[in-house]
Design a protein around this ligand. Structure first.
Ligand SMILES: Nc1ncnc2c1ncn2[C@@H]1O[C@H](COP(=O)(O)OP(=O)(O)OP(=O)(O)O)[C@@H](O)[C@H]1O
Ligand SMILES: [Mg+2]
Length: 475
């Protein structure tokens, strides 16, 4: 999924990362100080929206303390006021280890899968499990790698590998292993060569490349390599491995058996029978195994965040399901976002009585009151001119554009008049226009040209309205 890709890892202008500029790529976090209050200026890409950010910071603390379960956070506010950005900032703050599963309300509508099934799947994507296992492994630097070939008994031609001999070296000594050909395949997959430090799990035969032995560190290498020291101790040893998986991973691993790796297959062995579909029964069995692991202290539950954007797109069926799911013992933290005011709750428009013309139940944000009651609501407010200007400046910087001061002022006014998103979107076309003119900096003229080419939503609606009154057709 990973929205959490560009975390606040210094935010250095590394070429590849700057090159991929998406709508929210300037957002690196919530920009809060030690005291939980919003930092002034463009902290981590966030500007203004102070109280909403502070509220999200509090929620973040609650989530970290695992005290937010059973409730939901609802971000409500007009279009382009930074709701999605807030949720993504929160995801960055949570870090890589806590699962974050973003979805959009309309994702539940599929002709093949039940709506609640889609919701359930996403719920399980947002619940993590940190598993500590002690594994029997062979670890060391490869000093010998010799596959032994034999005649293929099935066809007269071609050869197969009958076994492979590997010698592993540690500080203490060297050990030669004679291994199954299937392990040779995984060695090939990991692109292991002599001089690499690897470990092989004794039970499953999974091979993991740790890095290149630092004895080779003086070698000239084109690619960036990770050099690791020669492992200490014996080649054959017990090692603690920590793994982060989500319940959804476990579901999938057990529904689609692919054969032996890691925790997935361990659970797979415990859950009897192989299935090809994730059923409620399978989930139940997995939950039981997970519960046992937690009781034994092998695993730790890491409730993550499920973010449902455009939540008004869900219908009554989904909302009642959400109510129940929020109250279950293992539930992730739920964040909802909507830009609707009072509107009809989907799925209540038609009450099933023939001939009736039920208009549906109107509720704030299109969310039924009982769910709304379980929500903590945070409002995002429309931006003022200075904030719009700051966001625009930041965006221009992220996209590597230069812009004249008067053009920036004009763009800010456009943003105030129509929306922040509209003026953000004008930046790139204006930059292209200015490049065509041979300029390196966006000037007012470029901007005016781009405004005349791309009209905003309100202007478009006005055009339509005047056309409609003229002849009722859009032409
Ligand atoms: N406070 C802010 N600081 C920096 N950038 C912001 C801020 N608020 C919004 N943005 C940027 O403005 C754009 C629009 O914001 P966003 O998509 O979050 O709006 P939204 O509230 O989700 O709107 P909608 O209701 O239409 O989905 C995005 O590119 C976002 O990154
Ligand atoms: Mg949004």
């Amino acid at each position: 999924m990973k929205v959490t890709q560009a975390t606040s890892s210094g935010g250095g202008p590394s070429g590849s990362r700057e090159a991929r500029v998406a709508t929210h790529s300037h957002i690196k976090g919530l920009g809060l100080g030690e005291d939980g209050l919003p930092l002034p200026g463009t902290a981590q890409g966030f500007i203004g929206q102070k109280s909403a950010r502070e509220a999200c910071g509090l929620v973040l603390d609650l989530i970290r303390a695992k005290k937010f379960s059973g409730r939901a956070l609802l971000l409500a506010g007009g279009p382009g006021t930074g709701k999605t950005a807030l949720a993504l900032g929160l995801a960055h703050e949570l870090g890589q280890k806590v699962p974050f599963c973003p979805m959009v309300g309309s994702e539940v509508y599929s002709s093949e899968v039940k709506k609640t099934e889609v919701l359930m799947e996403n719920f399980r994507r947002a619940i993590g499990l940190r598993v500590r296992e002690t594994k029997e492994v062979y670890e060391g630097e490869i000093t010998e790698l010799t596959p032994t070939e034999a005649e293929n008994p099935l066809s007269g031609y071609g050869k197969t590998i009958s076994h492979v001999v590997i010698a592993l070296k540690t500080v203490k000594g060297t050990k030669q292993l004679r291994l199954d050909p299937s392990i040779y395949e995984s060695i090939m997959k990991e692109r292991v060569s002599i001089g690499d430090v690897i470990y092989i799990e004794a039970n499953t035969g999974a091979v993991k490349r740790v890095g290149r032995s630092d004895a080779y560190a003086t070698e000239f290498d084109l690619e960036a390599e990770e050099y690791v020291p020669l492992p200490k101790g014996e080649v054959h040893k017990r090692k603690e491995v920590v793994q982060d998986v989500t319940l959804h991973d476990l579901d999938m691993a057990n529904a689609k058996p692919q054969g032996g790796q890691d925790i997935m297959s361990v659970v797979g062995q415990l859950v009897k029978g192989r299935r090809t579909e994730v059923t409620d029964k399978l989930r139940g069995e997995i939950n039981r195994v997970v519960d046992r692991y937690i009781e034994q202290g092998i695993a730790e539950l890491v409730p993550g965040v499920l973010f449902i954007d455009e939540v008004h797109m869900l219908d009554m069926e989904c909302f009642t399901y959400l109510n129940r799911a929020l109250e279950s013992t293992i539930s992730p933290h739920v964040i909802l976002a909507t830009n609707r005011g009072s509107c009809v709750v989907r799925g209540t428009e038609y009450d099933g009585v023939a001939g009736s013309d039920s208009q549906g139940i109107v509720a704030p944000h299109g969310i039924p009151l009982d769910l709304l009651d379980r929500c903590m609501i945070v409002r995002t407010l429309p931006y003022e001119a200075p904030e719009i200007k700051e966001v625009l400046k930041l965006r221009a910087k992220t996209e590597g554009l230069l812009i004249d001061e008067d053009a920036l002022d004009k763009l800010t006014q456009d943003g105030l008049r129509s929306s922040l998103r509209y003026s953000l979107q004008l930046l790139t076309p204006a930059a292209i226009l200015s490049r065509v003119q041979g300029r390196t900096q966006i000037s007012l003229a470029d901007l005016e040209e781009s405004t005349s080419l791309f009209i905003d939503a309100r202007a478009s609606a006005q055009v339509l309205a005047s056309n409609a009154s003229a002849n009722g057709r859009m032409l």
